[in-house]
Design a protein around this ligand. Structure first.
Ligand SMILES: *C/C=C(C)/C=C/C=C(C)/C=C/C1=C(C)CCCC1(C)C
Length: 238
C-alpha cells in the first residue's frame, strides 16, 4: 500500500464501521447517564446495556481499522466482541426476570451455553470458510444453538416466569427482547449465508453484520431503557 487512508469516501463498508463506532459511543454515554432515572433493579439493566455498547465501541474502532487497511473481514475482533456482548445480553434477559421473580440459575446457564455453541460454531465456520463442508456444518451447529434459545424464551421456563409473575414493564421488556432475539438476531445468519454462499462477499458480510449490531445492541438497549424509565416499571401486571 503506497498511501494510507483513514477512510476512503467510496468505501461504504468502512463508512458504516465509522458510523456505528460513533453510535456505540453515544449509546454508551446515554444508557449510563439515564441510569439515574431508573428505579431499583432496573439500574443494573441499564448498566449492562451500557457495557454492551461500550465493549462494541472499542471493537468497532479496531474492526474499522482492519477493514480500511486490508479490505478483509475483521473476524477475530468481531467474534471477541460477540463472545463478550452476547452473554451480557443473556444476562439482561435473566436480570429482567430476576427483578420480578426467583429464577432458577439453571435457566441462565442453559441460555449461556446455547449462545456459546452458536458463537463458537460460527467462528469455526468463518475461519474455515475455504472448506465448504466445515462452513456449512458449523453453520448448522450454530443455528441449533440459536433455535434452542428461541425455544427457551418462547416455550420454556423463561416465558412461563414472565407470563405468570411479570410486571407491566417487565413483560413489555421481555416481549420486546424476545422479538429482538428472533427477528433482530436472524440478520446474522442471513449475513453469513449472503457473505459466504457463492464464493464469498466480504463487503456484504460486513455491512450486514454492522447493521445487525446496530439493531441488536443499540435498539436492544433502548428497549430496556424504555421499560426501566417507564412510569409502570414496578406496577404488577393485571
Ligand atoms: C452484539 C452481538 C450479537 C447480538 C451477535 C449475535 C450473533 C448471532 C445471533 C449469530 C448467529 C449465527 C448463527 C445463528 C449461525 C452461525 C453463524 C452465526 C454465528 C452468525
Amino acid at each position: 500500500m503506497d498511501k494510507m487512508l483513514l477512510l476512503d469516501p467510496s468505501d461504504y463498508v468502512g463508512v458504516s464501521f465509522w458510523i456505528i463506532s460513533a453510535a456505540m459511543v453515544a449509546a454508551t454515554y446515554f444508557f449510563y447517564v439515564e441510569r439515574d432515572r431508573a428505579v431499583g433493579k432496573w439500574k443494573t439493566s441499564l448498566t449492562v446495556a451500557a457495557m454492551v455498547t461500550g465493549i462494541a465501541a472499542i471493537h468497532y474502532f479496531y474492526m474499522r481499522e482492519v477493514w480500511v487497511m486490508t479490505g478483509e473481514s475483521p473476524t477475530v475482533f468481531r467474534y471477541v466482541d460477540w463472545l463478550l456482548t452476547v452473554p451480557l445480553q443473556i444476562i439482561e434477559f435473566y436480570l429482567i426476570l430476576a427483578a420480578i421473580a426467583a429464577v432458577a440459575t439453571g435457566l441462565f446457564w442453559r441460555l449461556l451455553i446455547a449462545s456459546l455453541v452458536m458463537l463458537v460454531a460460527g467462528y469455526l465456520g468463518e475461519v474455515n470458510a475455504a472448506n465448504p463442508t466445515a462452513l456449512w456444518v458449523f453453520f448448522i451447529i450454530g443455528m441449533a444453538g440459536w433455535i434452542y434459545i428461541i425455544y427457551e424464551i418462547f416455550a420454556g421456563e423463561a416465558s412461563q416466569i414472565s407470563a405468570s409473575q411479570g410486571t407491566v414493564a417487565s413483560q413489555q421488556a421481555f416481549n420486546a427482547l424476545r422479538l429482538i432475539v428472533t427477528v433482530g438476531w436472524a440478520i446474522y445468519p442471513l449475513g453469513y449465508i449472503y457473505g459466504y454462499a457463492g464464493g464469498g462477499d466480504a463487503a456484504a458480510l460486513n455491512i450486514i453484520y454492522n447493521l445487525a449490531d446496530f439493531v441488536n445492541k443499540i435498539a436492544f438497549g433502548v428497549v430496556i431503557w424504555a421499560a426501566a424509565t417507564s412510569s409502570d416499571a414496578s406496577k404488577p401486571a393485571a
